[in-house]
Design a binder for this molecule. Structure first.
Ligand code: NI
Length: 182
């Protein structure tokens, strides 16, 4: 397992529509392991492959509850969502120190492949449902900022640009982050 550098806002791969996995092979299982390792090192609760520079439809989520266990999602698809939505603050490991309130479905049902290529379904509510929606967005090249009003987004973008002053490139070696970022 390897902790990989994170791609941050500005890296083109974050805007790519990730490609479906055709076969769940050792490469894909390695990618899942690296995602878990990198997510935990960065103290995140979820991570999508785009965020470590790989445009394939693979993501992991671990919001810390025991049942069901941490999720590896390969080719995930939301097959059901509640009409009810909830608004809560989100961050993103690819946009460090920037937070905004995002409206998401309160409950979802997701279908995906597991590490052995078997299809499974999982229902999620609340924070876990939020984390899964955030990660699937990543696989479609969507960032939480895209869900905000233009005014709010521009405000956060200028804050981001200020915080980036003097930094070159769009790779960030993983150092501990505040807990709770997606
Ligand atoms: Ni994110």
């Amino acid at each position: 397992m390897t902790v990989r550098p994170l791609h941050v806002l500005g890296s083109p791969v974050l805007r790519e529509h990730a490609k479906p996995v055709k076969t769940v092979d050792d490469d894909v299982r390695q990618l899942v392991e690296d995602l878990f390792e990198t997510m935990r090192a960065a103290k995140g609760v979820g991570l999508a492959a785009n965020q470590i520079g790989v445009a394939r439809r693979v993501a992991v989520v671990d919001v810390g509850d025991e049942d069901p266990p941490p999720l590896a999602l390969i080719n995930p698809m939301i097959v059901e969502r509640s009409e009810e939505e909830e608004t809560a603050e989100e961050g993103c490991l690819s946009i460090p120190d920037i937070f905004g309130d995002v409206e998401r479905s309160a409950r979802i049902v997701v279908e995906a492949l597991d590490g052995s290529g078997k299809r499974f379904r999982v229902e999620a509510k609340g924070y876990k449902a939020r984390a899964i929606q955030h990660e699937i967005d990543h696989l479609d090249g969507i960032l939480f900022l895209d869900h905000l009003s233009a005014v709010k987004r521009n405000l956060l973008l200028s804050k981001w640009k200020k915080s980036r002053k003097g930094q070159k490139g769009y790779l960030k070696e993983v150092t501990p982050e505040p807990a709770g970022e997606l």
